[in-house]
Design a protein around this ligand. Structure first.
Ligand code: GAL
Length: 952
């Protein structure tokens, strides 16, 4: 109610301001909002900040999947540079709460610092604190301790209510402080996630909303509805806005060429559910997760590459979406025990920015669309245009048209009639609008082409600066006014025709600065028609013609446009062409300071208002002047870097817990009819059980009801003798002569928890037990007394810096073998590859490898590094990798697909000594051991200062 009232009031208040702003077609930059308080409202077209329409082009990011604050900032800058103006963040309850009542928001959990960084990077933020988040993470974000409540989760059950209120009481006030209404940059707040299922509880949803408001949340709230189901759009429990998610390609990357179709009927669906909401896709497929045994992220990235971005993102924008969040924008790493059941360590997701925080071609594809949306503000208020009859002359193609009702600017999105078709088609397109009707391109023997999977959005009837764009069959990326010249950047695929028509009062003069362009002026209409083939970067200068300012056109190929960067400064826009990345631009006096990275030596071209000198990463650039008023220079590329071999390995076998005389007096007592590890505060990773029974000599076997999760494993020993292993409930025979009559006998069990399930369907699937559940010994006449031991301290975590997901219950972990500086002088020297049989280590047991290495990566070089495992011969191993004590992943050679593990800077000392420890557990069916381990660079990027290379 309150928000609606405020909305109406503000709509009235800002009508005048808005009338002034529409023709400017400027978008509010997050940077302009620093420190002031603002309002967020909406209507059926878009979100409005201070009454001004704003497209939301957002990238999903999970700080808990990147345990390095330095790299948070790196990721934020790269998200912003990739043309996104917002970041959407899930907050993982489990990551902050090891125990009921205990919360940690420090170090790598410092979300205050994270939100400050998002603001510094100039991004808006969509916050999504759950309580349930799904996200392929353990229990979908529920903390381990919640397992020991009994009320149904995601309902109004009293113990669940008490639990989530505790979390929200902690997190909401932090998020509230960062809201745009209080001078921050948080603009939207998500309640729950994909909450559907027969038992969905409106009181629970309403309480989440009420709790948010009571905690100070006053930006609009929304829910992420699964696949436009129309849930929580109105009535009790409905947040302010309706939003939904969509994953049209699904999650199997094994056949990258196989595509689903672009979702259709979005506008109708949203209007039916909520006539007052803008079209808001809270999660739109930005890649795909992959599972144990999957096909790997290279295939996911191929499947959802730039062609997917073009077809599927333009496909929803052309249906009126004005808020779109790509899930994921940067995926990150399921380090430690973060992955939910079935998922492996990397969460690269095939996203625009890869796990090693590198821009991929997808980021550039997103950037081109994002720049257009943030430049052409008319796109935030459009209505569907019914195109009658044959708008396209080729029936294999179709067009979606949308028009801004206030000033007629029209967006023509051309796609294949069958949206996932890969055929090569050419067509002419019939367009109408304020400037007249045209069949485009007009030039005979030229056409618009969709060669394979592609979609293009053409803008017509659009005024910018002092110019009137009648239409272009090149796509508009951005335009700015710099040094009293209008400049527009348009692009198309290499080799394809382009036709751009501008209108002038009199014939202007046209100067082709680079490339080949023909032009013709029509006195009757005032149309200046330019024709060209997209090839490299073509530049044209148009002057006179009655326009107040000259126009510079940059007509580039896709690849040229990829390397065009826009930044806003107090002195106005800065356009840069050339490098791999421009992070920031700032002006002081007449000096422009650019910060960025190169992946090779490159020319750099700069357009900025009234600038006389330019620095690149702090070093002054020698400048030359170009014909179009820009400044030219050259940047150096990255050097080669040398990574050391990993040698000097030390080796030690463990698992003394299997032995009869091991001292377990300090362990937790467990009940034979409820051995679930969670019941005893051991929620993640490896856990040991020891069952003592007084023997009678008649015991024949033990039946263990166990559940280690998908691709999990448990091993069973009787008085130190291995009696078998499995991944599911099983009966293990006692070999004759091992049970000692009249004496204490010990069953030792080592189990792994491969991650709890999620609760996607709100059906308590996340509660599926892990570890042993029950145990029964046949022939036993005395009870078995069980003890259990997992991570040191259980929920009372010992390693508070690395947190609950880092360390679990292996003997070596409990004794700190994974930590740097652990003394290995008594361990054996080995070389890799290594077989356990050489060291008489049992194939079913656990053994550790440990060494150190020194890195000397120069500070001005960004060289993301991974640890690569060579596949060992004839083995089945699960290896846990620790770098400087941080648990950076699990390698399973016999399951795959992952064999390289990214380690972010800060965890990895790129200038200093590093400790690597690998805990290997053998399957027991083959010899154990480890293949060669190597450091692998993902790429090398230079952040060197400018000035080292002469100007062209
Ligand atoms: C959505 C869910 C996300 C994530 C995604 C798949 O359904 O909201 O949390 O699980 O699917 O990656």
């Amino acid at each position: 109610m309150m928000i609606n009232f405020v909305r109406i009031f503000l709509a009235l208040l800002f009508t005048t301001a808005y009338l002034f702003s529409v023709d400017m077609d400027q978008t509010l930059e997050a940077a302009e909002l620093q420190g002031k308080s603002h309002t967020v409202t909406w209507d059926k077209y878009s979100l409005l900040i201070d009454g001004q329409r704003l497209p939301i082009w957002s990238a999903e990011f999970h700080y808990w999947r990147l345990p390095s604050r330095t790299m948070w900032m790196d990721a934020m800058q790269k998200i912003k540079a990739s043309g996104f103006n917002a970041v959407s963040i899930y907050f993982d309850w489990a990551y902050h709460s090891p125990k009921q009542g205990v919360y940690d928001f420090t170090g790598i959990r410092d979300i205050d610092a994270l939100l400050d960084m998002t603001k510094q990077a100039g991004l808006y933020v969509i916050v999504r604190p759950g309580p349930y988040i799904n996200a392929e993470t353990d229990s979908g974000g529920f903390p381990g301790w919640l397992q020991n409540t009994t009320g149904k989760a995601r309902t109004s059950a009293p113990d669940y209510t008490a639990a989530y209120r505790e979390w929200l009481s902690q997190v909401n006030p932090i998020l509230a402080r960062h809201q745009i209404t209080r001078g921050g940059n948080v603009i939207l707040y998500q309640v729950e996630n994909e909450y559907f299922g027969p038992d969905r509880d409106a009181n629970y949803m309403q309480d989440l909303i009420d709790k948010a408001k009571a905690g100070g949340i006053d930006v609009p709230t929304f829910h992420n509805d699964v696949n436009l189901g129309g849930l929580w759009a109105s009535g009790k429990g409905a947040p302010d806005l309706y939003a939904f998610d969509s994953y049209p390609l699904g999650f199997d990357c094994s056949k990258p060429a196989e595509w689903g179709k672009v979702p259709v009927g979005i506008e109708k669906g949203v209007r039916a559910a909520s006539p007052t909401s803008p079209i808001f896709i809270a999660e739109y497929q930005g890649g795909s997760f992959d599972k144990w045994g999957g096909s790997g992220y290279a295939k996911c990235r191929e499947k959802t590459g730039p062609d997917f971005i073009n077809v599927f993102y333009k496909g929803v924008l052309s249906q009126g979406a004005t808020l779109v969040n790509a899930y994921m924008g940067y995926g990150g790493t399921n380090w430690g025990w973060l992955p939910g059941a079935t998922y492996y360590t990397s969460y690269d997701y095939g996203a625009s920015i890869d796990e090693a925080i590198r821009l991929t071609p997808k980021a550039y594809a997103m950037k081109k669309i994002g720049y257009m949306l943030q430049t052409v503000n008319s796109a935030t208020k459009t209505e569907h245009v019914e195109v009658k009859g044959t708008a396209v002359t080729n029936p294999a193609l179709t067009v979606n048209a949308r028009r801004n009702p206030d000033h007629g600017t029209t967006f023509w999105t051309l796609m294949h009639a069958v949206s996932n078709s890969a055929s090569d088609e050419t067509t002419k397109l019939k367009i109408t609008g304020k400037d007249g009707s045209y069949t485009i391109p007009q030039k005979p023997d030229t056409s618009i082409r969709l060669n394979g999977r592609d979609s293009k959005t053409f803008v017509s009837g659009y005024s910018f600066g002092a110019q009137r764009l009648v239409y272009s069959t090149s796509e508009l990326m951005t335009h700015k006014t710099i040094n009293n010249q209008d400049i527009a950047v348009l692009y198309g695929r290499n080799g394809e025709d382009g036709e751009t028509v501008l209108r002038y009062a009199a014939e202007p003069s046209v100067e082709v600065l680079t490339g080949t362009v023909t032009h013709a002026y029509d006195n009757k209409t005032g149309d200046l028609r330019l024709n060209y083939t997209h090839s490299g970067m073509t530049k044209v200068k148009i002057s006179g013609g009655g326009a107040d300012r000259n126009l510079i056109l940059w007509l580039g190929t896709d690849e040229e446009a990829d390397r065009v960067w826009m930044n806003e400064t107090e002195r106005g826009p800065v356009l840069v062409r050339g490098p791999y990345l421009v992070r920031t631009a700032s002006v002081s006096g007449n000096d422009l300071a650019l910060m960025g990275d190169t992946d090779r030596s490159t020319e750099i071209e700069i357009l900025a208002n009234g600038i006389s000198s330019v620095t690149w990463n702090g070093g002054k650039l020698p400048l030359a002047a170009a014909q179009d008023g820009s400044m030219l220079s050259v940047l150096g590329g990255p050097p080669e870097i040398q990574l050391p071999e990993l040698t000097g390995w030390k080796f030690k076998t463990e698992a003394p817990e299997k032995e009869i005389n091991f001292d377990d007096s300090g362990w937790t007592t467990a009940k034979a009819d409820n051995l679930r590890m969670d019941a005893y505060g051991y929620h993640y990773g490896y856990v040991w059980y020891r069952g003592h029974f007084k023997g009678n000599g008649q015991e024949t076997n033990i039946t263990l009801h166990a559940n280690p999760g998908d691709y999990g494993r448990y091993h069973v020993w009787l008085n130190g003798t291995f009696i078998g292993g499995s991944d599911s409930p099983e009966t293990f025979k006692f070999p004759a002569g091992i049970v000692k009559a009249g004496q204490d006998n010990v069953i030792g069990v080592l189990a792994v928890n491969m991650g709890h399930n999620q609760d996607f369907e709100s059906d308590e699937a996340w509660r599926e037990p892990r570890g042993l559940i029950t145990a029964a010994i046949s022939g036993a006449t005395s009870p078995t007394n069980w003890k259990i031991q997992g991570a040191p301290g259980g929920e009372n975590i010992v390693d508070k810096t690395r947190g609950i997901f880092n360390t679990s219950g292996l003997y070596g972990e409990r004794k700190g073998w994974h930590l740097p500086r652990f003394n290995t002088s008594s361990w054996h020297d080995v070389t890799l590859p290594h077989d356990w049989s050489e060291a008489s280590a049992p194939g079913e047991g656990v053994s550790w490898y440990k060494t150190q290495f020194t890195l000397n990566v120069p500070d001005d070089v960004d060289a993301p590094i991974g640890i690569h495992f060579d596949k060992p011969d004839n083995k089945k191993i699960r290896a846990r990798l620790f770098i400087n004590g941080w648990n950076m992943g699990m390698y399973m050679n016999h399951v795959g697909p992952q064999s390289t593990f990214y380690v972010p800077k800060e965890i990895l000392h790129t200038n200093g000594v590093n400790d690597i420890s690998i805990a290997v557990w053998g399957e027991g069916t083959e010899d154990g051991g480890l293949g060669r381990i190597a450091l692998t660079p993902y790429g090398v990027y230079s952040k060197a200062r400018g000035g080292s290379v002469a100007a062209p």
